[in-house]
Design a protein around this ligand. Structure first.
Ligand code: SF4
Ligand code: FES
Length: 698
């Protein structure tokens, strides 16, 4: 379809709106209520444009293009229409830009500079709205609100949690929370980004910096296996906020609150910034130059003293691929086969026939193509909020979603079928007649809670048998952001780098802990929180002769039982990469520099590698070797389907009560985020802040 924008000819798609085409060709149209991922309301009238043959200027956001349409975005009619809209919007908006956090990135400020006037004709009182404290994460200045309703539509259409609404009419119109509840959605921070003015702001970031002083560096979320892209904003070498970086294949333009505020954990008081070594029963500082040789001596002397079978090497699936690569390189090079990253699991009968890595079974972007999506042991709303946006979208098409979970948890998308299950008794519930499955593709997604069960192999087998019966795919959601690399790069007792089977099958993490070895090497793991049972871990650490920790934080158990504790960088202070649950490999660079005595984990491992003649690496040479290994792996989705699963002999005791997965306790960084700790998911009540008298017009 041929159309003309500012006298230039363009091809438009049928039903494309004027604003969509203008965005595509780089012609700027001012807007407030329009957002490409929200429905169109055309309420602000800021995008009015002059269309040839039409008497009045029309909103570009809601007007579809027609053959031979001629639009002028710069004519006098357009300019005057936009100027008039701007004048109306500024009637009640306070002129408090110098004290507004949005200053410098405010759409209203920018548009008013371009399309506004230098004085106001309006001499009456301005409207004032009483603010409420609606969330520990969002600050409000509702007098600044221009009623674009983006925040309301986000709740209705994207997060599917309707918490903000437009109340009253005319002069009394305001955005407010419904009834007596605060904003509790796990995606609430996106409303801060959507608000085009300073009405909804980032509370923890408030008054910390001005936008023009910030540096921006893109990173990958370390808090779940989805791999959301995030822009970190830094001021004086400190992260002060995080906002989404658009990646339409993964997180679109959204991020979860966990991804937005989780970084605060980097600045926790229990951050370790010196190497500590035990001397005469006390932990004392060790100079960094001696760290690698001390650690290596400890490892080698313990191998000599107790034998390789007595060494247990455990690493977190939250480590970068580079760290996971070097970790297995060193310890497999030393012929130690007790290596594992699956520290929350306790039943490993399934491992021999398990695919090369846990995979979602499809691309995140393709979830909506499945007719039936069966969720087992996962509460997507709280555990993978970004995925809940996709599932909500899928239900608007042809998908039906089924949920089997261990307790009755709500989702933020419509469920066609919901059942509370017993971890011992999953089989009768997977009954096709009961489910009323639609003809078409079916995807079964298993959550990480399943992997923590003592009978997970049996459950996997039952689910696999059921999937064959209904011709479904089986997908997984992993425990950590890089559990996939843990598998692919051979941090396993039974497989090597690239998935080949080990000659000697070592002990898995459960055996390492329960069989009490003489030496434990724990990388990026907290004994108190990152294992299936902290009491058993404590018993193991207490009885061992040597415990070596590589960690960003010091915990009470480390203080008590460590022989040496080496501080390592967090995701924000190192080069690294993660492989998400689709198998997507994403690299990132340091966002900030760590303090002087904290070094990149991979560089400390590299020093140990050099001492053992396993190679001297740079970040690039690690990546080259790692990428070469990944190239040899068949990542096609059929190759990572489950073929068969071995059942378990484990006693099927009912332990589900012990296993919960708290949204803000998923990893060591998130659990230290001050703002997220303040979020009480169900209890936050709105309160009126700092105002004692009724508001008056000013
Ligand atoms: S609070 Fe912000 S996003 Fe919500 S209606 Fe007002 S201006 Fe729009
Ligand atoms: S952006 Fe078109 S009317 Fe608001």
């Amino acid at each position: 379809m041929k159309v003309f924008i500012d006298n230039k000819e363009y091809n438009a798609k049928p039903d494309e709106t004027i604003i969509e085409l203008c965005d595509k060709i780089g012609v700027h149209i001012p807007r407030f209520c329009y957002h490409k991922h929200l429905s169109i309301v055309a309420s602000c009238r800021m995008c009015l444009v002059d269309i040839e043959g039409v008497k009045y200027a029309q909103p570009a956001c809601s007007t579809p293009l027609r053959e031979d349409m001629r639009i002028s975005t710069k004519s006098e009619k357009t300019k005057s229409a936009q100027k008039n809209s701007m004048e109306f919007l500024l009637i009640n908006h306070p002129l408090d830009c110098p004290i507004c956090d949005q200053g410098g990135e405010c759409e209203l400020q920018d548009v008013s500079l371009e399309h506004g006037d230098d004085h106001s004709k309006y001499m009456q009182f301005k409207r004032v709205v009483v603010d409420k404290d609606i969330s520990p994460l969002i600050s409000t200045d509702m007098t600044r609100c221009i009623h674009c309703s983006r925040c309301v539509r986000f709740g209705e259409e994207i997060s599917n949690v309707k918490e903000l609404g437009l109340l009253n009419r005319g002069e009394d119109m305001k955005i407010d929370v419904f009834i007596e509840s605060g904003v509790t959605s796990e995606l609430s921070g996106n409303m801060i980004d959507l608000c085009p003015v300073g009405a909804l702001n980032n509370k923890p970031y408030r008054y910390k910096a001005r936008t023009w002083d910030l540096k921006q560096i893109c990173g990958i979320s370390p808090h779940d296996c989805i791999g959301s892209n995030i822009n970190y904003h830094t001021y004086n070498n400190k992260i002060v906020r995080a906002v989404p970086f658009e990646n339409l294949a993964i997180n679109q333009t959204w991020i979860s609150d966990r991804d937005r505020f989780g970084y605060e954990g980097i600045y926790s008081n229990d951050r370790l910034d010196k190497t500590l070594i035990r001397e005469n029963g006390k932990l004392v500082e060790l100079d960094f130059d001696s760290v690698s040789s001390e650690v290596n001596n400890l490892i080698i002397s313990n191998i000599k003293k107790h034998g390789r079978k007595e060494i247990g090497c455990l690493i977190s699936g939250q480590s970068t691929s580079e760290e996971l690569f070097l970790f297995q390189k060193i310890f497999k090079g030393l012929e130690i086969s007790n290596i594992d990253h699956r520290t929350k699991e306790r039943d490993f009968s399934y491992q021999k026939s398990f695919p090369i890595m846990p995979s979602l079974g499809c691309n995140i972007d393709d979830l909506h193509l499945y007719k039936n999506i069966i969720l087992i042991g996962v509460n997507v709303k709280t555990e993978y909020p970004i995925l809940s946006v996709r599932l909500n979208n899928a239900t608007k098409g042809n998908s039906k979603i089924y949920s089997f979970n261990f307790s009755s948890l709500d989702e933020n998308f419509p469920l066609y079928y919901k059942k509370v299950i017993d971890d011992n008794n999953i089989e009768p519930l997977l009954n096709t007649n009961d489910l009323g499955l639609d003809n078409g593709e079916t995807l079964i997604i298993l959550g990480p809670l399943i992997s923590r069960l003592p009978n997970q192999s049996n459950i996997l087998k039952k689910v696999h048998d059921f999937s064959l019966l209904i011709d479904a795919k089986v997908g997984f959601l992993a425990e950590f952001c890089n559990s996939t690399s843990g598998w692919l790069l051979g941090n396993l007792p039974h497989r090597n780098l690239g998935g080949s089977t080990s000659n000697i099958i070592g002990k898995n993490s459960y055996e390492m802990i329960t069989e009490k070895l003489s030496t434990y090497i724990m990388y990026n793991l907290e004994p108190e929180s990152d294992f299936f049972d902290k009491t058993l871990v404590e018993v193991a650490l207490k009885s061992s002769e040597c415990n070596i920790f590589f960690t960003s934080y010091i915990t009470p158990m480390m203080e008590k039982y460590a022989d040496i504790i080496i501080p390592i960088t967090t995701f924000a202070e190192t080069d690294g990469s993660y492989i998400n649950i689709e198998g997507r490999y994403q690299v990132f660079q340091p966002v900030v520099q760590p303090s002087k005595d904290i070094h990149e984990g991979w560089s400390i491992l590299n020093n140990i590698s050099i001492l053992n003649n396993f190679g001297d690496y740079t970040i690039d040479t690690i990546r080259n070797e790692l990428e070469e290994s990944l190239k040899k792996i068949d990542f096609s989705l059929s190759a990572i389907d489950i073929d068969s699963i071995d059942a378990s002999n484990m006693v099927e005791d009912n332990v589900i009560d012990k296993f919960t997965r708290d949204t803000y306790d998923t990893d060591m960084i998130v659990r230290r985020s001050e703002s997220l700790n303040k979020v009480s998911l169900s209890k936050h009540k709105p309160s009126i802040k700092n105002i004692t008298n009724e508001p008056k017009n000013i």
